[in-house]
Each structure stands twice: as structure tokens, then as C-alpha cells.
Design a protein around this ligand. Structure first.
Ligand SMILES: [Zn+2]
Length: 333
């Protein structure tokens, strides 16, 4: 009887591990899957094999050997999980072990020994500190730890990993965008699921020197590219698929919401959609939510929270915002 239960339990664990591994590999945390990640997967497979061997053939081993195998199997898994969840530290260390650092009030900047603008790092840091304080204050967030910031001469696409308090960016990138992903993360302590407001707030507070009026940039985008209704863009797939991703319209809409309806309402909207379960988002990315009628879907959840917090449908807010843009910029053409 115990054997049967053990076998079933082992099979369930194996399936959970397989699903967990898949989810991990495809999640933002999956950036850690490199060569070391593959080694981890191999170790996991060895562990699974060991478990199956133990459950089926342990009778063939002597009692002492059996006991030791059991101990190793038990201890191996938590160790592997601990190693895995700290993998990014190891990879980070390996990748940046000879890098230099510059510490400012809110950041620890890391740069390669060959980094070409080292002499400007203090000014670079000062600009970031100022923007950081402004943005934290603007969003009503306080952060206790300094942000690790990896500065590159040339990096195709900058990114922030709020869970790790880390940014990697090209030094030409706008000062505020990536840091705002980290600051805004702390409104709810969870990753924002709706790109429209996630990229919206990061762009709204990017302190760009190139684009100083995001509302105007949004208006120009709408004139040139025909913007989908926001209710469509709240669907992350649709947002991503735009030829030129609608960052400026998103920024303008977020700015419009905050300036006209206040920060509190926006923080509520943010929190309600950051708390939307990660597992639902993952399922939706795989196109499997139709099998789970209790999952509302990102977009439906977002529009419901808009209606609840702003007491009107998203479509109405969308039209109101576009009319406001038209009144403000329409005459100039
Ligand atoms: Zn972004």
C-alpha cells in the first residue's frame, strides 16, 4: 500500500517538477537559463532517475545502501533548488567578475574595465539619483536597497529585473525608463501583468531629453500609426505585435490618468493588476485559458478593474483621453 502511494506521489512530483521547470524556463526569471541552467536541468533529470530507481529497485540494494541513497535523494532536492534560485548571482558574478563599480546614493553602477565613458560616470550617476528620487516621490514608493546597474557601451535592449533589483542598460538609454520598472514594482511587490500600464509608467517617467512632451509624442503616434482601442492594447499580445510598440500612447494615457484622477486611483489599478496571478498569465501565454472558465484573462481583468476604480468603462476613458489630446494638439496641424 505504502509503495503504491509512494509511486503515485513520485509521479505527481515528477510532473510538477517538469511543469515547474518549463514555467521557469519561459518566465522572466528564465533569463538565468544559460549553460549553467542546462547543467541544473541535467542534475534534476539525474535526481528524477534516482528517485524512480529507488522506488522500483531498492529491494535489490542492501539496507545500508538503501538508507544512504534515501538520504542523498532527500538532501539533493532542496540543495538543487537553493542553487537554482541563486543561479543568476553565479552567472552575474562570472559575467562581471572583472568589472569596476561606482556607488551613488541609490545605485551601485557596474562597468567593464574597457568602458569608454568612465570619466563621466559620476555625472551619469548624479542624473540617475535625481531621476530616482523624483520618480519614487512621484509614485509614493520608498526603496531600502540600492539598485545594481550594469552599464554598457552598447546593449541592444536594456532591461530591468525588479525581483532582483537589477538593471542592464546601454548608457544612451533614457535615464528613467528601466529604474521606473523597479520603482513601480514596489507599489505592489509583484510584477505588473499589463504591459500597457507597465511600459506606460516607465515611459511616462523616463526623463528623456529627446522626447520631452509624451502627450505630444502620443498624438503624433496616433496620427501616423492608427492606435488600436486601449481595450485591445490591454491584451499583451496585441500590444507586443504593434509594428512600433505604442510606448508613447501608453505613457500619455498613464500620465493622463494620474494627472486627472490622482495617484491613489492609479496605484489601486496598478496593484489590482500586479496581483493578478502569475500562473494565469503563463497559461494565457500558452493559449490554454479557455479550458479554465474561472480564469478571467488579463484583459478582462484589467477592464473590470478600470471600471471599478474609475467608475466608467475603459472605452469611455479612452475616448475622453483621445479628445483631450485632440483639443491640445489637433490645432497645430
Ligand atoms: Zn520597459
Amino acid at each position: 500500500m505504502t509503495r503504491v502511494i509512494l509511486k503515485y506521489a513520485a509521479s505527481i512530483i515528477l510532473i510538477l517538477i517538469a511543469l515547474g521547470t518549463l514555467g521557469f524556463a519561459l518566465s522572466p526569471m528564465g533569463r538565468a537559463i544559460g549553460l549553467v541552467g542546462v547543467a541544473m536541468l541535467v542534475l534534476l533529470a539525474i535526481w528524477c532517475g534516482g528517485l524512480v530507481w529507488f522506488l522500483h529497485f531498492r529491494q535489490r540494494a542492501s539496507p545500508v545502501a538503501r538508507r544512504w541513497v534515501a538520504v542523498v535523494l532527500l538532501a539533493f532536492l532542496p540543495l538543487l533548488i537553493a542553487a537554482w534560485s541563486n543561479l543568476h548571482r553565479l552567472e552575474n558574478f562570472i559575467e562581471h567578475r572583472d568589472w569596476l563599480t561606482y556607488e551613488s546614493d541609490h545605485f551601485v553602477f557596474h562597468y567593464a574595465p574597457a568602458y569608454s565613458r568612465q570619466s563621466e560616470i559620476a555625472a551619469y550617476a548624479a542624473r540617475h539619483d535625481a531621476a530616482f528620487e523624483y520618480n519614487c516621490n512621484y509614485l509614493g514608493v520608498t526603496l531600502n536597497n540600492k539598485v545594481s546597474f550594469y552599464v554598457y557601451d552598447e546593449l541592444a535592449e536594456g532591461f530591468a529585473v525588479p525581483e532582483w533589483n537589477e538593471i542592464s542598460a546601454d548608457d544612451d538609454q533614457s535615464v528613467g525608463h528601466e529604474m521606473t520598472h523597479i520603482i513601480a514594482f514596489h507599489i505592489a511587490g509583484e510584477r505588473q501583468k499589463i504591459k500597457l500600464i507597465d511600459e506606460g509608467v516607465a515611459t511616462w517617467l523616463n526623463h528623456s531629453r529627446r522626447v520631452t512632451d509624451h502627450h505630444q509624442a502620443a498624438w503624433e503616434y496616433i496620427q501616423e500609426h492608427d492606435l488600436f482601442p486601449l481595450a485591445e492594447l490591454a491584451h499583451n499580445k496585441t500590444f507586443r505585435r504593434q509594428r512600433l510598440q505604442p510606448y508613447y500612447p501608453a505613457a500619455s494615457f498613464v500620465g493622463y490618468l494620474i494627472e486627472n484622477y490622482g495617484l491613489d486611483a492609479f496605484r489601486q489599478l496598478w496593484t489590482a493588476n500586479a496581483k493578478y496571478p502569475e500562473i494565469y498569465t503563463t497559461l494565457e501565454d500558452f493559449g490554454g485559458i479557455q479550458y479554465f472558465p474561472f480564469i478571467p484573462g488579463e484583459r478582462a481583468h484589467f477592464t473590470a478593474t478600470v471600471r471599478e476604480i474609475y467608475s466608467r468603462p475603459l472605452g469611455e476613458l479612452d475616448a475622453e483621453w483621445r479628445t483631450w489630446l485632440e483639443e491640445r494638439y489637433g490645432q497645430q496641424r
